[in-house]
Design a binder for this molecule. Structure first.
Ligand code: S3P
Length: 412
């Protein structure tokens, strides 16, 4: 391997794609188990590498030289092999600084909670300190020397103003949940999550719902990769180039999520969109039938609506983690808050707003098999569709205009 990224589990990594957009060197992703790290580092069979979880501290003893920033942080994410000597840097530091700046987050004089105790948390602490935070407190699940526990954070630092998450809680493939409950911190102004897969973790989505300035970590990832590339091949990368690569990566990850009443056109619109945008089409109802091994009407008969919703939520966890897909959801999928939070992780939710008089009843839809039920559901749900969606698209005329409206919004 000439250039690449090492880590223990790298299924979530976007680094290969990012480096391919930055420069044309061959960048490989290499998973290394803990017992093989020593062999890899002593063989030095690479020109330059990035290092990720959990090896950012473990690689340090193998280095011949380490930058001041990396030394201060105690974590290395970039190693350059110059004539057999290994030079260690921390470009996460530049990446996180760039992310906070681009997001317009004010750190000066703020109380900052940094969640996690791994290598990235040390980077976050260093960045927050450099940017003039009033206090920086590390929070960890287990009691450690320079960390407080979550319980202590809730009890003693409820006045925190910024949260930076560096834990993997909420990261693909375990995308459910968040490391901290924002309700306990009423003064929070900004949330930064180093997680970039999904694009917005549950923590980021919940923060945005509260009107908090919140961002996932993709821009940080791209910016740190750009600084790494500068070191790899002794070049410079402009801020415009970093933003351009970031936008390109986002464009290949985002999902279109279609929500709305049964028979509003989700599947028809979804299939056509998938074709036109060259994205995969997924129908959550089909996933549910597969999971349960029986038709929807039978699931309702055997398990009732709650039982159906449980299976639906299971299906949505899997589907929401996908990228570059068109997802048609069942009419009731957005009734559960958790489903919505998950679907927003990679997706923009479009409410297909078809007027009641144009909706039709069908026998295979237990909750809207007759007109009265359909009207009842419509009235119960209309506001929920509006409140959970990112956009509302009217579907009362030509289907082409609906498709064009979604495409225009999604691609802008
Ligand atoms: C439901 C809608 C159906 C299906 C199930 C429940 C609902 O999906 O998930 O019958 O609660 O409205 P469609 O909206 O695709 O018909």
């Amino acid at each position: 391997m000439e250039y690449g990224c090492i880590g223990e589990k790298l299924t979530h990594s976007f680094s290969k794609e990012i480096h391919a957009l930055l420069f044309d060197y061959d960048y490989k992703i290499k998973e290394i188990s803990k017992d093989k790290l020593c062999e890899f580092m002593t063989e030095k069979d690479f020109k330059a590498i990035n290092v990720t979880i959990p090896y950012k501290q473990d690689v340090i003893p193998y280095l011949d030289w380490i930058s001041d920033t990396a030394k201060a942080i105690g974590a290395v994410n970039t190693i350059v092999n110059r004539n057999g000597k290994l030079y260690g840097y921390n470009t996460d530091f530049s990446g996180m600084t760039a992310l906070i700046k681009r997001q317009g987050i004010e750190i000066k004089n703020k109380i900052v909670l940094v969640l996690g105790s791994g290598g990235t948390s040390k980077t976050a602490v260093a960045v927050a300190n450099i940017l003039g935070a009033r206090r920086v407190i590390r929070v960890s699940r287990t009691a450690k020397e320079d960390c407080i526990t979550y319980e202590e954070a809730y009890n003693n630092f409820a006045d925190a103003e910024v949260i930076i998450n560096t834990t993997p809680c909420g990261m693909y493939p375990n995308i459910i949940g968040e490391p901290i409950n924002l309700d306990g911190f009423p003064k929070i102004e900004a949330v930064v999550d180093a997680i970039y897969n999904p694009l917005s973790s549950n923590l980021v989505i919940k923060a945005k719902d509260k009107g908090i300035n919140a961002t996932g970590g993709l821009y940080m990832l791209v910016a740190q990769a750009a600084v790494a590339a500068e070191l790899f091949i002794d070049t410079t990368v402009s801020e415009e180039k970093i933003y351009d690569v970031y936008k390109k990566i986002v464009a290949t990850k985002r999902n279109i999520v279609l929500a709305g009443m049964p028979s509003c056109g989700k599947s028809t619109i979804g299939k056509r969109l998938a074709k036109e945008l060259n994205m995969q089409f997924i129908d959550t109802d089909e996933k549910i039938v597969k999971l349960a091994g029986k038709p929807i009407s039978q699931i309702f008969e055997d398990l009732g609506e709650d039982g159906f919703r449980d299976i639906e939520s299971q299906a949505i966890v899997t589907v929401a983690a996908k990228q570059n897909c068109i997802i048609a959801t069942g009419g009731g999928a957005v009734l559960r808050e958790q489903n919505v939070t998950l679907l927003k992780g990679n997706g923009t939710i479009y409410f297909i707003d078809r007027p009641l008089e144009l909706l039709i009843t069908t026998n295979d839809r237990p909750l809207s098999s007759n007109r009265d039920d359909l009207i009842k559901r419509y009235n119960e749900r209309y506001d929920i569709y509006c409140n959970t969606a990112d956009r509302k698209i009217k579907n009362d005329g030509e289907i082409k205009s609906v498709i064009d409206a979604i495409k225009e919004d999604f691609l802008k």
